[in-house]
Design a binder for this molecule. Structure first.
Ligand code: 5GP
Ligand code: MN
Length: 345
């Protein structure tokens, strides 16, 4: 049932690519989340255990504190801190695994070196419209997460038996974080078959949940209260809302990367709510507002993100950015809600 990700030819090609490569790199998208890091860590673990290869993991920039407990995360190399070394490796490596992104621009400043790299590339991802030049593309937008795809590859290649906790923990973490702890995009029965298999490796799924979701600072909890009380603007007729987070707000609550994560999901707790939008000023750059969108059912966040917020993503979870003041960002947001009102009422 799970052995359908690779065609027979691809099933031969993938191990061949790995065994024929000396230097291997795994890369993921900017602002790495649990799925991006989980996929890199689990895939690197598989390469080590099954093929005896030590892959390097390059991430474009900082990842949140609440993921720093992931096994082997200390080995992850940040491109923004080690640019020269990463550029050199990308220019000289044999194989690059592109995990959890569909297009090179999602790797931000790493994009140039990634595109210029003469290495063969393999894409493993669950975003729409893959656009990376590869020798093998494993793209399944219907999958819960890239971690699910990494599991399926391990399963199809027949190496799951050999793998242990250091594979199972990051896979579970990525599947959990990309589905809001299995509350959306997680109705495929295979997801639960996979979890049952991961549990045979004696992972503690309850602890993984706590590590991720009960790992807030006091500041983050107070920021949540502040945003919901003072900054949330609800359009009841449209079943939609948005909130703003200015740089001043972020300073007041000693904002750290990842502190805003998940806030955008909260307004969807309002009965009948269909769309939630978060607008957050960058902590350093002027006129840069980060946008996150979340929806339920068939409301297409990705279309709204593409049309109004220079972004994209999944049907129910998308992101983007605006190059303007917060005041203007709010105007754009109001226009976006107006334009999509027929899908919200
Ligand atoms: P988040 O709100 O967590 O930043 O992003 C939610 C999802 O939207 C991500 O998993 C990613 O797929 C997508 N996304 C975020 N930012 C962008 C963007 O700038 N462009 C595109 N195409 N997708 C994005
Ligand atoms: Mn993902």
């Amino acid at each position: 049932m799970l052995n359908n990700l690779l065609s027979p030819e691809q099933q031969t090609l993938l191990p061949h690519l790995i065994t024929g490569s000396e230097t291997i790199v795994c890369v993921c998208h900017q602002n790495p989340d649990g799925d991006a890091l989980g996929a890199c860590l689990a895939w690197a673990e598989l390469l080590r255990v099954v093929y005896g290869k030590t892959a390097q993991i390059f991430v474009p920039d900082q990842y949140p504190d609440y993921l720093q407990w992931l096994p082997n995360s200390e080995k992850i190399i940040r491109y923004d801190k080690h640019r020269e070394g990463c550029d050199w490796t990308l220019a000289h490596c044999d194989l690059v695994f592109c995990l959890d992104f569909n297009t090179p621009s999602r790797t931000a400043d790493m994009q140039t070196a990634l595109c210029a790299s003469p290495a063969k590339k393999v894409l493993i991802d669950h975003h729409l419209d893959p656009d990376v030049e590869t020798v093998l593309t494993v793209s399944r937008p219907e999958a819960s997460s890239t971690c699910e795809l990494v599991f399926r590859l391990a399963w199809q290649l027949g190496c799951f038996e050999q793998l242990g906790k250091h594979f199972a923990v990051p896979i579970y973490c990525g599947m959990m974080t990309d589905t809001g702890a299995f509350t959306y995009n997680s109705c495929d029965p295979d997801v639960y078959f996979i979890i049952s298999q991961l549990l045979t490796k004696r992972i503690n799924k309850d602890k993984i949940y706590r590590n991720v979701y009960h790992n807030f600072s006091e500041n983050r909890l107070r920021l949540t209260g502040y945003v919901m009380l003072e900054r949330l603007v609800v359009d009841s007729a449209r079943h939609a809302s948005y909130f703003t987070l200015t740089r001043q707000d972020l300073k007041r609550f000693h904002f750290m990367k990842g502190d805003a994560e998940g806030l955008v999901n909260m307004p969807l707790q309002i009965k009948g709510h269909r769309l939630s939008i978060s607008l957050r000023e960058d902590t350093e750059k002027e006129n840069l507002v980060w946008v996150s969108l979340r929806s339920v059912d068939q409301f297409p966040c990705n279309e709204m993100a593409a049309q109004f917020f220079n972004g994209g993503g999944h049907l129910n979870a998308s992101g983007g950015k605006l190059f303007c003041s917060m005041k203007e960002a709010v105007e754009v947001t109001r226009k976006a809600i107006d334009a999509f009102a027929h899908l919200l009422a």
